[in-house]
Ligand binder design. Structure first.
Ligand SMILES: [Zn+2]
Length: 486
């Protein structure tokens, strides 16, 4: 009986402590005044975006298959449309098609800002052309939208960066802090050799430049509904997962399929895949993901606040819940996605070699080497050959507190009001990770409000952007430069 009382008392104290921790969550959002008086020539910005969409700067892993004339066309258009940028900034062409502009600041003691955007876009999936309501490269402007491939990824940002600087130059503004504009040309081809952004970063490194901050695509302003939050929230990417395409190959005797041996090559690679599927990587709550939930948790319902304020006890429960949806599962572990398979060339021929390629997105704390070891360990098959086709290790994690991220939060709130802003882990890749060699502060945010329906248009069908978003984008970059570089 006494034991029961003791247990009950412990339980009551525990619940009390958890309740107090929940109630102590700091739920305040620093109040910032909205900026309303920035003048932007929105029609010009929209026309420029439309023209840039019409340049078919489509990436391909094989450079011989890229139509480079379209990149020339885009470069010429940028040159023609932003005369002041080209008069006052130094432009350098790097890796043949990437562009780097330097807007020299007056105070050399301040570490420069770099604004990134890539010029290339992904192709339209063959066979889906007819599903587009407007031609993918029409750049059609209607009442509400600008249409076409690149309007969300990411010529919108390219245009807004250029417009913001042209607008500031019209007012004869010179920043104290130097600003670099870095426009790579092959972001959509992960780990491609001769990566434009990689070479820009190397150029800066070779010149001994240390950047104060890098801003690239990634996060956005989105509807908080997904997280059970009323109103908009903003997400700022502070790190990105690694990437590995690994080909698993088995060699075996070929021959006629009428007299098959046991366990041929194709069976062996399939067996390895099934074992991988059954032996997923461990669930882990890395710091940026914990921060996402801690920050957003303040604005969620009591139940979630109770769980999040007491992660010392509830972490396993949270991990279990997060693993149930593919969206959140990708945030807590290295993911495994078999993507391509090859056997013999004919239905009645045994394969002499068989292979399956698997795409892994590597979570911080693991490396590509760990992925290789995981495949070896789970398959227990020494006959398998592993080949890394393409890879990029997980990025470093940018500080989640500090001057630079504060500037981004202030700028975002000046535009979108006092909304919750959370750091987050990006499960996809960007060019920004190549800049780790020249800065500790890499933040990924596209300053546009994305609707849930927009998310599937990125790399998908009917990509389009609300015209009003372009205005937001230009104002964001003007304000960011005002806040950080003046
Ligand atoms: Zn992109």
């Amino acid at each position: 009986m006494i034991i029961l009382y003791v247990l009950l008392t412990i339980l009551c104290v525990l619940v009390l402590v958890m309740l107090v921790k929940t109630l102590l969550l700091n739920k305040t959002v620093n109040s910032i005044e909205k900026i309303t008086d920035t003048q932007v020539d929105i029609d010009k910005a929209i026309k420029n975006l439309s023209e840039m969409i019409q340049c078919k700067t489509i990436s391909n892993p094989n450079p011989d298959l890229v139509d480079w004339k379209e990149f020339d066309k885009l470069r010429k258009y940028i040159q023609k449309s932003y005369p002041l940028v080209h008069k006052h900034l130094r432009r350098e062409v790097i890796a043949q098609y990437s562009l780097m502009y330097t807007w020299q600041g007056t105070d050399e003691s301040l570490e420069p800002l770099a604004l990134l955007a890539h010029q290339d876009v992904v192709p339209v999936m063959p066979g889906t052309e007819g599903d587009w309501e407007q031609d993918a490269f029409s750049g059609r402007i209607d009442e509400q939208f600008v249409w076409g491939r690149g309007t969300l990824d990411m010529k919108h940002q390219l245009v807004c960066i250029l417009e913001s600087i042209e607008t500031m130059l019209e007012k004869n503004i010179i920043p104290k802090r130097t600003v670099y504009l870095c426009f790579g040309h092959n972001e959509e081809v992960v780990g491609s050799s001769g990566g434009g952004a990689q070479e820009i970063a190397q150029t800066l490194l070779n010149r001994g430049v240390r950047l104060g901050c890098v801003i690239d695509e990634g996060g956005a302003v989105v509807d908080g509904k997904t997280f059970g939050i009323d109103g908009d929230i903003a997400m700022v990417g502070v790190c990105e997962k690694g990437y590995a395409d690994i080909k698993i190959t088995a060699h075996h005797d070929g021959g006629h399929a009428s007299q098959p041996p046991k366990n041929n090559g194709l069976v062996q690679v399939c067996d390895a895949i099934v074992k991988l599927e059954k032996n997923q990587f461990k669930k882990r709550l890395i710091k940026p993901v914990e921060e996402t939930f801690l920050e957003l948790g303040k604005h969620m319902g009591f139940g979630m606040q109770f769980v999040l304020a007491n992660l010392w006890l509830t972490k396993p429960l949270l991990l279990m819940v997060l693993s149930k949806s593919r969206l959140t599962n990708a945030m807590i572990r290295t993911t495994i996605a078999p993507t391509m398979a090859e056997g013999s060339p004919a239905g009645n021929v045994l394969p002499q070699t068989a292979n399956i390629s698997v795409n892994f997105r590597v979570l911080q704390g693991e490396k590509i080497e760990d992925v290789m070891n995981h495949i070896k360990k789970t398959s227990k098959n020494k006959n398998l050959e592993l080949e890394l086709l393409r890879g990029k290790e997980p990025s470093a994690i940018s500080p989640m507190q500090g001057y630079e991220i504060d500037i981004i939060k202030i700028t975002t709130r000046q535009l979108y009001g006092n909304i919750p802003i959370a750091p987050y882990l990006m499960v996809g890749g960007t060019d920004s990770c190549y800049f780790e060699c020249v800065t500790d502060n890499i933040y990924c945010i596209s300053p546009f409000k994305l609707e849930t329906s927009d998310l599937k248009r990125i790399h998908g069908t009917n990509e389009k952007i609300l015209k009003s978003q372009i205005e937001n984008g230009v104002k964001f970059f003007i304000q960011l430069i005002n806040n950080y570089c003046m």
